[in-house]
Design a protein around this ligand. Structure first.
Ligand code: PXL
Length: 282
């Protein structure tokens, strides 16, 4: 029997709201991939749409956790970083990448810090610069359009874009240093939404578009990234993994829209985990 692949997910754990580790753990596990976790902070809820959340910073624990993993000779097939609570944590994560990188390790950075044209609460331009630097240590980066604009120092353009502009953005993002780039929030008209990807080694660009579901649903970036990494770990090439992640994320959003759950409570990914797992067995 083949060994399971093992991912280390480095994100916060927000108790309520379905994002970061509370989605990475179940989704990556459903892909048939072990999901080890390094929690960067513990919050009562995520910071988008709730007020008065608690925030317990775990920066002090990150290096000792990594040192113990190293002592135990734990191998990771991928490292996946997401929401990082401070600039210090960005530096620590860069060091963790160097500690655990092997020739076969995939390093995926989701530069979680902004959406819909604005930085999340708690973040400043220093965080943006730190995340852009962290992206240079990644094999694959998965920013949304807002994060892309911040990291490239370009004005954020909302709404439909020309295909050429999306291609230009992908190439500019590749300039940060990763060999694969996935850009989310791409749309060409009022009724579509999806992701674009670039594999730098082949120059191949793909667009994976779906019908837009009205509304802004929280945590979809983390749900998308987790579906994507699970598919990559199960051997799917980039464009196929992006297609799977777009389809599964849209299915989860559609169910959330249909059952009337408020968008800040996260999307209903639980209802499609079985289908996702099945798909990856094929
Ligand atoms: O989904 C991104 C995310 C993760 N973690 C925390 C957040 C957010 C977005 O707001 O607040 C704590």
């Amino acid at each position: 029997m083949q060994l399971l692949k093992r991912v280390a997910a480095i994100h916060d754990i927000s108790g309520v709201g379905k994002c970061s580790l509370t989605v990475a753990l179940p989704i990556i596990s459903a892909a048939g991939v072990e999901c080890a976790v390094m929690p960067t902070a513990v919050l009562s809820t995520h910071t988008g749409g709730f007020t008065g959340f608690t925030f317990r910073d775990l920066t002090e624990d990150m290096r000792p956790i990594a040192a113990h993993w190293k002592k135990e000779k734990i191998h990771f097939d991928a490292l996946y970083s997401g929401y990082l609570g401070s600039i210090d944590q960005i530096g620590i994560v860069r060091d963790l990448f160097a500690m655990f990188r092997t020739p076969g390790t995939l390093i995926m950075v989701d530069p979680v810090m902004a959406d819909n044209g604005a930085l999340y609460s708690r973040f400043t331009m220093d965080h943006v610069r730190g995340m852009a630097k962290l992206c240079s240590h990644a094999d694959i980066i998965i920013p949304n359009r807002t994060e892309a604009a911040f990291m490239l120092g370009r004005p954020f353009a909302d709404g439909p874009m020309a295909r050429g502009d999306a291609v230009d953005l992908l190439h500019a993002l590749a300039g940060l240093g990763a060999r694969q780039v996935v850009l989310t929030g791409v749309c060409f008209g009022a009724d579509d939404l999806g992701a674009a990807c670039l594999d730098v080694s082949t120059g191949q660009i793909d667009f994976c578009m779906e019908d837009r579901i009205p509304g802004l649903y929280h945590g979809t970036g983390d749900v998308f990234g987790s579906f994507l990494l699970g598919a990559l770990m199960r051997g799917r090439p980039l464009h196929e993994a992006v297609r799977i992640a777009v389809d599964c994320t849209c299915a989860a959003i559609r169910l959330t829209a249909a059952d009337g759950t408020p968008p800040h409570m996260g999307v209903r990914f639980e209802s499609i985990l079985a289908d996702y797992g099945q798909l990856l067995m094929e």
